[in-house]
Design a protein around this ligand. Structure first.
Ligand SMILES: Cc1ncc(COP(=O)(O)O)c(C=O)c1O
Length: 339
């Protein structure tokens, strides 16, 4: 299998529109609490999660028995796959989508069934997915909204998938939920085959800390927990989450800005005659055609980072929607490199 090597170095100080992170930083309350708690004793003691779990239960309005804390969504995916998928089991993933679904499924020795997003509009292939479910399907891994296409499915098709695959673990990775508002979280009471993940890496602006959550019915969570190491989330991350979920004003304000920026991206692409795919996340995929690599490089030379995706969707580049001012800076640089 190919190693996953994200191009992550030398990004600080640039306009980072390449990883769908929060582009203004996390809530100041996170920094305050971390500063207050950062001392030798805190660092000496193995992490204790009670206060964090209570804060998360309150924030997500779910009992503590229905989630586990994870080292980013990545660990949530890994734990789910390690718990439910054995060598040779069938796992359905979509293409293009978040690379770690394939990565962990390959590590587990799964037989991967890959379905393409529909080429015309990069919409989710619901009928094709329903048709691909077999008695051997052990897991279905879905990003909703999807990275890098930005497209999402509603609760109706999610329910169809859950009902067609009662024997499979269905993951809805909701890393971009805050920008979209569609969620399967309230379905977990009803569907024992549903797992939902959330992250603090995107809207909350804490990608470096590596925190996420995996939600499901209590029996599943107990089972999945067995496949997790006991201290995979470090204490500073656990402390940070407590402050982050309290500062909903900060979160909502950032999401508002990102949605305005997304609107500005569409307006800017349209006025320049550049095709952009409809996105429900904090990023937009646009068609640069044969210019894709030179646009990425030209923008980087001007201090603006975007992500080339042309290796998986011909001619496409992905740009994060941060703030309207950042969109202006992006287009000013794009206009210099486009022709
Ligand atoms: C769909 C999706 N899921 C998960 C992640 C990673 O999340 P985390 O930082 O919580 O591991 C990403 C990051 O780009 C993503 O796009």
């Amino acid at each position: 299998m190919a190693p996953y090597s994200p191009p992550t170095s030398g990004r600080a100080g640039k306009l980072r529109l390449d990883f769908n992170e929060n582009t203004v930083g996390c809530s100041p309350r996170v920094i305050e609490l971390l500063t207050q708690k950062l001392n030798a004793e805190t660092l000496t003691i193995y992490p204790e999660y009670e206060a964090t779990r209570a804060a998360l239960a309150e924030y997500f309005q779910l009992p503590e028995s229905q989630f586990l804390l994870s080292n980013g969504t990545d660990e949530a995916i890994q734990v789910l796959v390690n718990t439910y998928v054995d060598d040779g089991d069938e796992v359905i993933i979509l293409h293009p989508s978040y690379a770690m679904y394939r990565f962990y499924s390959e590590v587990a020795g799964a037989r991967i069934v890959s379905l393409d997003y529909r080429p015309a509009d990069l919409s989710f292939p619901v009928d094709e997915l329903l048709a691909a479910i077999t008695p051997r399907t052990r897991a279905i891994l879905i990003s909703n909204p999807n990275n890098p296409t930005g497209t999402a499915i509603g609760v109706g098709p999610i329910v169809q998938i859950l009902e067609r695959a009662p024997h499979a673990a269905v993951l809805l990775d909701e890393a971009y939920y805050e920008f979209c508002g569609i969620t399967g979280l309230r379905l977990i009471e009803q569907y024992p085959n549903l797992f939902v993940s959330r992250t603090f890496s995107k809207a909350f602006g804490m990608a470096a800390l590596r925190v996420g959550c995996l939600f499901s019915q209590p029996d599943n969570i107990r089972y999945a927990h067995k496949a997790q190491s006991p201290y995979s989330v470090n204490l500073l991350a656990a402390i940070a989450v407590r402050a982050a979920v309290e500062d909903t004003r900060f979160l909502n304000h950032y999401v508002e800005q990102a949605l305005a920026a997304r609107g500005d991206l569409y307006a800017g692409f349209t006025s320049r005659g550049i095709h952009a795919y409809p996105s429900q996340a904090n990023f937009v995929l646009f068609r640069a055609g044969e210019r894709a690599i030179s646009v990425r490089d030209g923008l980087r030379d001007r201090g603006v980072l975007v992500r080339d995706r042309s290796y998986e969707i011909a001619g496409c580049v992905r740009v994060t929607a941060g703030t309207p001012a950042q969109v202006e800076r992006f287009f000013a640089a794009l206009d210099e490199v486009w022709s």
